[in-house]
Design a binder for this molecule. Sequence first.
Ligand code: NAD
Length: 245
Amino acid sequence: MRTVIISGASSGIGEATAERFARAGDHVVNLDIAPPRKDAPGEWIEADVSDWAAVGSAVTRVYDERGRLDVVIANAGISVRNGVLELTEEQARRTTSVNLLGVLALWQAAARVMVGRKEGVLLATASVNGLRGYPFYADYNATKAGVAALCRTFAMELSPYVRAACVSPGAVLTPMQLAEYTETMLAETNRQIPAGRHAAPSEIAEAFFYLASPAASFLTGQELVIDGGETAGATTSAFGRGGLS
Ligand SMILES: NC(=O)c1ccc[n+]([C@@H]2O[C@H](COP(=O)([O-])OP(=O)(O)OC[C@H]3O[C@@H](n4cnc5c(N)ncnc54)[C@H](O)[C@@H]3O)[C@@H](O)[C@H]2O)c1
């Protein structure tokens, strides 16, 4: 039974990922500021990933109690829609503290344990927003590009003992997406995705499960894009998104 820490597992992608690992018999620890569903698997540690001391204590506590730490998935993230002219310093700092520095804090604390054990897998949720200039999400986009950069750097420094990788989802139907998008925006997003729909959180969970598994033992320092084809092609020369109806 592996010990798996997942941040932001009280909702959306993290919740589905916790369920996937638990179904395989792993012990899952959810670091989240919000409580999980009553029937959620594993344990919940209330922690804000932007608080480095809290993250460090949580990792130490899990390792002391379980005696092992196999997989850490830094998934907690926030996004608030703002134009570059309106974005406040406070909002930009909060987005960065959670989405980028929160990943760094959790990975660093976990890496210290994993390097000592000479094994472990560090994973994170980045986003296709780190690959292109999606309007109204400047701070969010920058943090997600930063997560991919962290992933490459951790892989370089910690190989061959610890692997690091991130998943970059396109549009996923989660509470985060529903909070930000109206029905019209969701439909328009679907229209622009070759797959014609949002991903289900479980489709991202499967990617994490693969990346954490021995099947991915030669994979490190990479970003796995799961976006229904969203970033595969160009739009300027096309009328419609192509594909079959
Ligand atoms: N939904 C999408 O379309 C999409 C696409 C690409 C990437 N992502 C990324 O996936 C990750 C999960 O997003 P989601 O859509 O499942 O969102 P969500 O809002 O459903 O879940 C996010 C979880 O993170 C927790 N959280 C937020 N701030 C936290 C903090 N400071 N400390 C600890 N926990 C915190 C929340 O309480 C919540 O349980 C995020 O990093 C997000 O940027 C989402």
